[in-house]
Design a protein around this ligand. Structure first.
Ligand SMILES: *Cc1c(COP(=O)(O)O)cnc(C)c1O
Length: 231
C-alpha cells in the first residue's frame, strides 16, 4: 500500500535523525507526486499526509483544482516568470527561485492578488552542474539583499537538487555546504530573511541529507514508485 511506502520513508528519516541527535519533527517529508494520478494523492491525504510537491505549473494547477481535500502544494521545479500568475495563490512554498527577476514577478503577482506574503526558497547549485537551475553559491548574498526588499516575498531558506549519483555519500559535501551557507547567512541577520528551511535530499539520498540538516526532503519514487513518462 502507498501509505506503507510513505511510512517506510518516515521511519528512515527518523533513523537518520536519531543517528545525529536531531528531532524528527524538524523534518517535513514532501511527497513528490509529479506524473502520478490524483487518486494516489488523495489516498495519502486520507492518511493525513499534507505536503505534496509538483515540478510543473500546469500539473500543479490541474491537481489543485481537482483535489477534494486541502493539501499544501510545493512547487519544486523551474518556474518561468510568465507562469507565476497561475500558481502564486495556490502554493504553500516555492522552492525554486533562482533570480531576482523571478522574485520580483512573484512579488508583483502577489500584490495584485492581495496575497500578503509568498514564502520562497532560493535554489542554489552547489555542484555547479550546467544541466541544473539554481544560482552560484557566491551570488546568494547579493540576491538576498535585493529580494529581501520585496514586500510580498519572504525568503524562508535554501533548496538544492544534488547530482544524481550511485553512492549517496558522494552528495554529503553538497548538503554540508548548503547547511554552512545557511548558517553564514543567518549570522549576518539580514532583515526579512529567515533560514529555517533547508530543502535537500531525494529518494536516492534523503537520509544523508537529513544527517546534514535537511528540514524538507522531496521524495517521489521512494513513495509512489517509478515514474512513467511515456504515457
Ligand atoms: C522529481 C523531483 C524530486 C523527487 O525525485 P525522486 O528521485 O523520485 O525522489 C525531488 N525534487 C525535485 C526538484 C524533483 O523534480
Amino acid at each position: 500500500m502507498l501509505i506503507d511506502q510513505y511510512l517506510n520513508v518516515k521511519k528512515n528519516v527518523e533513523n537518520a535523525c536519531k543517528k545525529v541527535g536531531r528531532d524528527p519533527r524538524e523534518v517535513t517529508i514532501i511527497a513528490v507526486s509529479k506524473t502520478k494520478p490524483l487518486e494516489m494523492i488523495e489516498e495519502l491525504r486520507k492518511n493525513k499526509v499534507m505536503d505534496f510537491g509538483e515540478n510543473k505549473v500546469q500539473e500543479l494547477k490541474d491537481k489543485y483544482e481537482r483535489i477534494s481535500w486541502p493539501v499544501r502544494w510545493h512547487l519544486i521545479g523551474h518556474l518561468q516568470t510568465n507562469k507565476v500568475k497561475y500558481i502564486v495563490d495556490k502554493v504553500a512554498l516555492i522552492h525554486s527561485v533562482d533570480s531576482v527577476h523571478l522574485a520580483k514577478q512573484i512579488d508583483k503577482e502577489a500584490a495584485k492578488r492581495n496575497i500578503r506574503e509568498v514564502p520562497i526558497l532560493l535554489q542554489v547549485n552547489f555542484a555547479h552542474e550546467d544541466s541544473k537551475f539554481g544560482m552560484d553559491p557566491k551570488d546568494v548574498e547579493e540576491m538576498i539583499l535585493e529580494v529581501s526588499k520585496l514586500e510580498h516575498v519572504k525568503i524562508k531558506g535554501l533548496m538544492q537538487i544534488a547530482p544524481f549519483v550511485d553512492n549517496p555519500e558522494d552528495n554529503r559535501k553538497y548538503f554540508k555546504a548548503m547547511k554552512q551557507l545557511s548558517v553564514d547567512i543567518n549570522n549576518k541577520n539580514f532583515d526579512n530573511v529567515d533560514m529555517s528551511i533547508l530543502s535537500m535530499g531525494m529518494t536516492n539520498d534523503y537520509e544523508v541529507a537529513v544527517e546534514e540538516g535537511a528540514t524538507m526532503v522531496r521524495v517521489g519514487t521512494g513513495i509512489f514508485g517509478e515514474r512513467n513518462y511515456s504515457i
